[in-house]
Design a protein around this ligand. Structure first.
Ligand code: ADP
Ligand code: G6P
Length: 355
C-alpha cells in the first residue's frame, strides 16, 4: 500500500464575510475543474458541503461550537472565535490532508442547531470556505493556497440591500443595523486574515464616476503575493512594470463610464505583491477575449479559456466585471497549483517516511 502522501489532498482556504460571493466563487472554481459541485448524496439535506469529482467544499460554519441559542445566551456572534471549535477544525483538516476520512459536524442554518455529523472522504482538493480559514495558525499552516474576498463596506451594503431587501423583504434600517452589529467582530477576527492570503480580491466602488455610492459599478483589484510556491502572478503587458490601460476604443465596446485596467508592483502588509486592477464593466462579454489576449501568465490550457469560462457562466453575479474575471483567473491558478503539486509528488515518489 502506498504511503498516504501519494493521495495527499491539496487544501485551499477561502475567507470572506457571509454574503460576499463565496458560493459564486466556488461554482466558478469547480467549473474550471470540469465539474459541478453538488450536495453529498444520501446525507443530511441540510448539509453545507459541496462535492464534485475533484473537489469537496466544506463550510466552516460546521465548526461552530455554540449553536444559535448558545451564541445568544453568551452574547457572542458567529464571527467570534469563542463560537468556533478550532481544535476540531485543525484535527479534521489535518486528517483529510493525511488521507483519513472524518465525521464532520453539520451546522444547520435553518434551525441554528448542530446536526449529526456527515462522513467526509479525502478528495483531491479540499476547499475550506467561511469566516475563519486563516484565523488559527495550525489550520493556516495546512493550506496550500489561501484567498481572501475583501468586499468594501459600501459594496457589501449594496449587495445586502439587493439580496435582503429585494429577496427577503428586510427593511433598509434592519440591514444597516445588522451590518453595524457585526462590524466590531468583523474588524477584530475576520478582516485581519487578509494579511495571510496568497491572493486577495478587493472589491471597491468605481473611481470612474465621481462620488459614486450606488455600488453597481466596481473597481476590483487582484492582489497576488510574490514568491508563493506553485503560484506565479498574472500580469498585464510587461511583468513588473506599472501600467495603466483604457482598452475602450476600436476593439472594445464601452458605454459610460468605460473600463480602466491597471497593473503594477506594490506592498501589502509588508509583503511584495503584484496587483491587477479592473474598474468598470464589460458591455459585451465576448469581447473579453481582447482583454484576455493582453494578460499573461493566466495558467489557461488554451487561448480564450478565461473568456470561455466567463461566457459559460454569464448568469452568475459579477460576470460583467472584475469580480467574475479575477475569480475565474484564480480558479485557473488553483488548477495549475494542484497540477504542479501532483507533478512534484510524482517526481519524488519516495517521501520521507514519518515515524
Ligand atoms: P456567500 O456564499 O459568501 O454567502 P454568495 O455567492 O451566495 O455569497 O452571494 C451572495 C449574494 O451577494 C448574491 O446573491 C448576490 O446578490 C451578491 N453577489 C455575490 N457576488 C457578487 C458579485 N460579484 N457582484 C454582484 N453581486 C454579488
Ligand atoms: C452563520 C454565518 C454567519 C451568520 C450566522 C447567523 O454562522 O456564517 O455569518 O452571522 O450564521 O448567526 P445567528 O446567530 O444570527 O443565527
Amino acid at each position: 500500500k502506498c504511503a498516504a502522501g501519494d493521495s495527499q489532498t491539496v487544501v485551499i482556504g477561502l475567507a470572506a464575510d457571509s454574503g460576499c460571493g463565496k458560493s459564486t466563487f466556488m461554482r466558478r472554481l469547480t467549473s474550471v475543474f470540469g465539474g459541478t459541485a453538488e450536495p453529498p448524496k444520501g446525507g443530511n439535506p441540510d448539509s453545507n458541503t459541496l462535492i464534485s469529482d475533484t473537489t469537496t467544499v466544506i463550510c466552516l460554519d460546521d465548526y461552530h461550537s455554540l449553536d444559535r441559542t448558545g451564541r445568544k445566551e453568551k452574547g457572542v456572534t458567529a464571527l467570534d472565535p469563542r463560537a468556533n471549535d478550532f481544535d476540531l477544525m485543525y484535527e479534521q483538516v489535518k486528517a483529510i490532508k493525511d488521507g483519513i476520512a472524518v465525521e464532520k459536524p453539520i451546522y444547520n442554518h435553518v434551525t441554528g442547531l448542530l446536526d449529526p455529523p456527515e462522513l467526509i472522504k479525502p478528495p483531491k482538493i479540499l476547499v475550506i470556505e467561511g469566516l475563519h480559514p486563516m484565523y488559527d495558525a495550525r489550520v493556516r499552516d495546512l493550506l496550500d493556497f489561501s484567498i481572501y474576498l475583501d468586499i468594501s463596506n459600501e459594496v457589501k451594503f449594496a449587495w445586502k440591500i439587493q439580496r435582503d431587501m429585494a429577496e427577503r423583504g428586510h427593511s433598509l434600517e434592519s440591514i444597516k443595523a445588522s451590518i453595524e452589529a457585526r462590524k466590531p467582530d468583523f474588524d477584530a477576527y475576520i478582516d485581519p486574515q487578509k494579511q495571510y492570503a496568497d491572493a486577495v480580491i478587493e472589491v471597491l466602488p468605481t473611481q470612474l464616476i465621481p462620488d459614486d455610492n450606488e455600488g453597481k459599478i466596481l473597481r476590483v483589484r487582484l492582489i497576488q503575493k510574490e514568491g508563493v510556491k506553485n503560484f506565479s502572478p498574472v500580469y498585464l503587458f510587461d511583468d513588473g512594470s506599472t501600467i495603466s490601460w483604457i482598452p475602450c476604443g476600436r476593439k472594445l465596446t464601452c458605454s459610460y463610464p468605460g473600463i480602466k485596467f491597471a497593473y503594477g508592483p506594490d506592498t501589502y502588509f509588508g509583503n511584495e505583491v503584484s496587483v491587477v486592477e479592473m474598474d468598470g464593466q464589460f458591455d459585451r462579454l465576448d469581447e473579453l477575449i481582447y482583454v484576455e489576449s493582453h494578460l499573461s501568465n493566466l495558467s489557461s490550457k488554451f487561448y480564450g479559456e478565461v473568456t470561455q469560462q466567463m461566457l459559460k457562466h454569464a448568469d452568475f453575479p459579477g460576470s460583467n466585471n472584475g469580480t467574475g474575471l479575477f475569480q475565474t483567473i484564480v480558479g485557473l491558478k488553483i488548477r495549475e497549483l494542484y497540477e504542479q503539486i501532483v507533478a512534484t509528488r510524482a517526481e519524488t515518489p519516495v517521501r520521507s517516511a514519518k515515524v
